[in-house]
Design a protein around this ligand. Structure first.
Ligand code: SF4
Ligand code: SF4
Length: 227
């Protein structure tokens, strides 16, 4: 299959999960680091737009105020889900992370230097500013490149692993080819031993293969229902 040369800025599944995170964050930063961040409020999701910033300790932070519902939600459930469109409408990123309130004065000092507008806004009440660090997490970068075909890579940071694909083919596959014939993204291929495999970079997680496989649940398994 021939891809757009710029798809995922040249990243491939040969790059490490950290390299994929770094390059993805680089492009996110180029547009100001703005993401929609969701937290949990009374059991339901609530989102807002904020900016992610990398400090000289190489960690990624975001700011809020101790008086905001956002702060209360983060202290009760320190996890966020973020997403954003990147350099064009074809690239998007999503991040899931555990966060931690920052207590390092040096990071607050650096934040103040880099964000004079925020410091002016809070003037004599800068102690209400609070920073949160993305402690560890994972996510993915997606590119919708041509004729609605997907290309994607998953990343991780802080010592975690990327999320595995939702669907996978096991040794119980009989090689009937129904998944291959019906795959919406042409992401299933056959190896020389006659077995079929899912190419993770192209898979859209749509589940069509699962609905077509006569041995769904054994030859083709879903993380949603079979594990
Ligand atoms: S989940 Fe969809 S895109 Fe992925 S292999 Fe199955 S049919 Fe193809
Ligand atoms: S449909 Fe199921 S059994 Fe048939 S080739 Fe695909 S995974 Fe194997």
């Amino acid at each position: 299959m021939i891809y757009d040369e710029i798809a995922l800025w040249g990243l491939t599944d040969q790059d490490t999960v950290e390299e994929i995170w770094e390059k993805s964050f680089h492009y996110l930063k180029m547009q100001g680091g703005r993401v929609s961040i969701a937290t949990i409020k009374n059991g339901r999701p609530e989102s807002r737009i904020i900016s992610l910033q990398r400090m000289s300790d190489h960690s990624v932070y975001f700011m809020t105020s101790r008086g905001k519902p956002f702060y209360r939600q983060l202290t009760q459930h320190p996890y966020i889900a973020a997403s954003s469109l990147l350099d064009d409408t074809h690239h998007c990123i999503r991040i899931s992370a555990q966060v931690e309130e920052c207590t390092d004065p040096a990071v607050y000092q650096e934040y103040a230097q880099k964000n004079p507008g925020t410091m002016t806004m809070y003037r004599n009440n800068t102690d209400i500013i609070v920073l949160f660090k993305l402690l560890k997490g994972n996510g993915e970068i997606l590119h919708l490149y041509r004729d609605d075909m997907v290309r994607r890579l998953r990343f991780a940071f802080g010592g975690t692993e990327p999320e595995p694909l939702t669907y996978s083919i096991t040794d119980a596959c009989t090689g009937c080819g129904l998944c291959y014939e019906n795959c919406a993204e042409h992401s299933i291929y056959r190896s020389q031993d006659g077995k079929y495999h899912i190419r993770s970079m192209d898979c859209d997680d749509c589940g069509i293969c699962y609905t077509k496989c006569p041995l769904a649940g054994t030859a083709l398994v879903s993380r949603l229902t079979d594990q």
